[in-house]
Design a protein around this ligand. Structure first.
Ligand code: 26Q
Length: 790
């Protein structure tokens, strides 16, 4: 176990020295910012030894490394995790107590490292924690965006985006590695496979330490930044602008044409720098380039880093002069691909003209890949429409998913249902030809951050009832099941949930100014705002409830108070998503100030939902809202965090909800609505008539009449109504009745505390499967084949 500091007194001495050295100040006189900065710097420096030893061991033993290429790593704060995993949290906490300082106040100084949009980015962060904690040499590779994901503010109920200059306040966990900078060429033209007169950009790596849990392993997340290159002779204003733009900001999940070129530059920069760094390291250790795939596994997180495939081909052929076939075998063996979406419109495509202008040599290589692929398919007598659909290059665009499936040995989905849909629908044509490439890796979450660090109340209960082994092997949490009927355990779980609800209520009171009753059901939907995730269905049900509570006395008498909590950011150009946020905020104000009902229901939309907010929210839910249109949510990971902390799921059979319901038993969740098969069939038959549903359901008519009263312009929210009546692509109206019924059952069920908390215990006990430690072990066993460091 790494204890960086021998004991409390040792830490205090070093810390007092650090404050003096950094800021010429003392514990008594320092600002919280100085207290935080000195703690972060001191800890970071003290992790060096384990970091160096980890590197040395990997080199000496010649261990294979996996590089996780991802445009996003949504890390949140590092301080707590680094203190906890390094085994120093208790010592430091005690020392601060002696100083009369609340350590939470110091942790609160740290800004979130928000280098991601949502699920995909947070998954990458969980994977780093799990791999390091399992002792697997997995390294993250991404971009050091000067601005993280935007900060959300609400003005007149509407979302406003503010930049997130997260580095400005000081980021103490990174180290710039000047020596390992790499020059990356863009534009230019190709003569005989050689790129002429490109514009050079320097990619400079900053390494962030990733601390394994109490195992002395420290790996890294490498973030590439951009600077002017020494190779670039002509440098004007425009050049410097381009240099800055590339690592300036993270692109929110939308597809406006603005900024497309920059996004492609980011993707190539990330891919080329990572691949070239690996090749350099490989050669510097005296190994043969032909053995690259034996020492590196490159994981492609969604299609955003697709270009590692042609970039690796370019290196092997143009620089190391291997033949095409040999280069192809190495590339395919080294690379593997994870898909995170089945939404057709989200499958990445790049305009040929733009691509060829920016990356002329890479384009040639993809063209050659495509030519050979078509020959292979023709030889296999594949039907010509299938060939057209599978080609890497379509009429106007490059198809990144096709390149990934063809150019790797493994394609995986992120939940069982999702992988089945990939195999049978989305990529069925590829599956028929390469069935052995397709596999499932159901997502996971690191139970250290998402339970141990944020729910010490639950940790104490588990330790007491089943011992501590579950901490290192979360499947052992199932031992709790034997006690599910035990009154004492139930009481402790009830108290834990109450404590977490009170803590969240306090935070919400402070930040949002809204008071919540911790005795009410905490019903929570937090995730990106997307029509397919159906926050709209949630708020429509709330409006229905509101109207009914006001007029139906019997219903009122039987209703258990319920607090509805939302958190979500909408992509800045996603108008419908922004309208839905405005609708929820508007409804929230009406309900919360209506004395006829506000002791029974409250609605809160928390501002700027991010990882740190999530750390308060995930533990405090009674009901976890997972209500996407079946087939649309690839997996979801919030659903797992809620489950592990004792919430019951109200949800559709979508993504990993299917596995949650299978593991915990659907009698212990509130499952409703269309199945994925029904949804996909209905799309195919094209016979859905939302207007008929609307016309025949007075509740829906009343809801939209009410919505018309919310704004002085009755047509203000008409876009929402029109979209539902004219297409309702995500079947909100069709699932409305089933959702209302599921909500009614849940509300009723909550009144029987004994029964509810037995279900809660079953859910906690069955959540072991969802640790990302399990996910990472599976990636390793099936795809990467790394040896553990110890
Ligand atoms: C694409 C083009 C241009 C700009 C941005 C993007 C872009 C950015 C982010 C496209 C997609 C994303 C993020 C996708 C994502 O988060 N997917 C989620 O991944 C989770 C982890 O596997 C799953 O649990 C979720 O179901 C899935 O929605």
């Amino acid at each position: 176990m790494i204890i960086v500091f021998k004991d409390k007194e040792h830490f205090k001495k070093e810390y007092i020295n650090a404050l003096d050295k950094n800021f010429r100040t003392t514990v008594e006189n320092a600002t919280t910012a100085q207290l935080y900065a000195s703690l972060a710097m001191l800890l970071n420096k003290n992790l060096d030894e384990d970091y160096n030893n980890t590197n040395l061991l990997i080199k000496e033993k010649g261990l294979k490394k996996a590089i996780y290429f991802s445009m996003e790593f949504l890390m949140g704060r590092l301080i707590t995790n680094n203190l906890q995993n390094s085994g120093n949290y208790q010592i430091v906490k005690e020392a601060f107590k002696d100083f009369n300082i609340d350590i939470n106040k110091i942790e609160d100084v740290e800004e979130d490292t928000g280098l991601g949009n949502g699920g995909l980015g947070r998954l990458a962060a969980c994977f780093l924690d799990s791999a390091a904690s399992l002792g697997l040499p997995l390294y993250g590779n991404s971009i050091r965006y000067t601005k993280g994901f935007f900060i959300q503010e609400f003005v007149n109920n509407q979302q406003i985006e503010k930049p997130d200059p997260w580095l400005d306040k000081g980021f103490y966990w990174e180290e710039k590695i000047e020596d390992e900078a790499i020059d990356i060429p863009f534009f230019g033209y190709v003569e005989d496979t050689v790129l002429k007169e490109p514009i050079w950009i320097k990619a400079v790596p900053y390494d962030v330490k990733i601390v394994g849990n109490e195992n002395n392993v420290v790996t890294t997340l490498r973030l590439w930044s951009t600077e002017a290159s020494e190779l670039q002779e002509f440098k004007d204003e425009k050049y410097y602008q381009m240099v800055n733009k590339i690592s300036d900001s993270l692109y929110p999940d939308d597809s406006t044409y603005e900024g497309k070129k920059i996004r492609l530059q980011q993707q190539y920069l990330l891919s080329a720098s990572g691949i070239q760094a690996a090749i350099k390291e490989h050669l510097s250790l005296g190994r043969d380039i032909r053995e690259l795939h034996k020492y590196y596994a490159f994981q492609i997180n969604d299609t955003h880093p697709t270009l590692i495939i042609p970039e690796l081909m370019r290196g092997l052929m143009d620089v190391f002069k291997l033949g095409y076939d040999e280069a192809w075998e190495i590339t395919k063996n080294a690379c593997s691909f994870t898909n995170h979406t089945i939404m057709q419109e989200a499958l990445e495509k790049w305009d040929i003209k733009l691509f060829r202008e920016l990356l002329p040599r890479i384009y040639e290589i993809i063209k050659e890949m495509d030519r050979r692929f078509v020959l292979e398919l023709e030889k296999l007598n594949v039907h010509e429409t299938d060939i057209y659909n599978m080609k890497l290059i379509g009429t106007n665009s490059l198809r990144m998913a096709n390149i990934c499936i063809y150019g790797t040995h493994s394609t995986n989905g992120v939940a069982a249902l999702h992988t089945e849909i990939l195999k049978n629908t989305t990529f069925n044509n590829f599956y028929k030809i390469y069935p052995e490439r397709f596999n499932n890796k159901t997502n996971g979450i690191t139970h250290r951050r998402w339970m141990m660090h944020i729910n010490t109340e639950l940790v104490a209960i588990l330790d007491k009832w089943i011992g501590k082994d579950w901490r290192y092997d979360l499947s052992k949490i199932e031992e709790l099941l034997k006690f599910k009927e035990d009154k004492k355990l139930k009481k402790e779980i009830i108290d834990m949930k109450m404590a977490k609800k009170i803590q969240l209520a306090k935070r919400i009171k402070e930040l949002e100014g809204i008071e919540l009753d911790p005795n009410s059901i905490f019903d929570i939907q937090v995730k990106r705002l997307h029509e397919y995730k159906r926050q709209l269905l949630n708020i429509m049900h709330i409006i229905y409830l509101y109207l009914r509570l006001k007029k139906d006395q019997e219903f009122r008498a039987n209703f258990h108070p319920q607090s509805f909590i939302f958190g979500a950011k909408a992509a800045p150009s996603y108008h419908m998503a922004k309208s839905i946020i405005e609708l929820i905020n508007t409804v929230s104000k009406v309900i919360n100030s209506d004395f006829e009902v506000n002791d029974l229901i409250k609605v809160v939309f928390v501002e700027n939902y991010n990882v740190t907010y999530a750390e308060y929210i995930m533990t405090a839910a009674d009901l976890s809202e997972q209500i996407s249109t079946a087939s649309k949510e690839a997996s979801g990971t919030g659903n797992m965090k809620f489950m592990l902390n004792g919430a019951l799921t109200i949800g559709t059979l979508d993504g990993a909800n299917v596995e949650i319901a299978e593991l915990a038993g659907s009698e212990n969740e509130f499952i409703f609505g269309m199945t994925a098969k029904e949804v996909l069939d209905m799309y195919e038959k094209n016979n859905y008539k939302p207007r008929e549903i609307y016309d025949n359901d007075q509740r829906l008519i009343d809801i939209f009449e009410f919505i018309q009263t919310l704004n002085k312009n009755p047509h203000h929210f008409d876009n929402i109504k029109h979209s539902l009546l004219n297409s309702d692509y995500f079947f909100v109206l069709k699932d409305f009745d089933a959702y209302v019924k599921a909500q009614e059952i849940a509300n009723n069920n909550y009144k029987d505390k004994d029964n509810w908390f037995e279900k809660v215990i079953v859910n906690i006990a069955k959540a072991g499967f969802f640790t990302s430690d399990r996910t990472i072990e599976q990636y390793n066993n099936d795809i990467w084949h790394l040896t553990k460091i110890k």
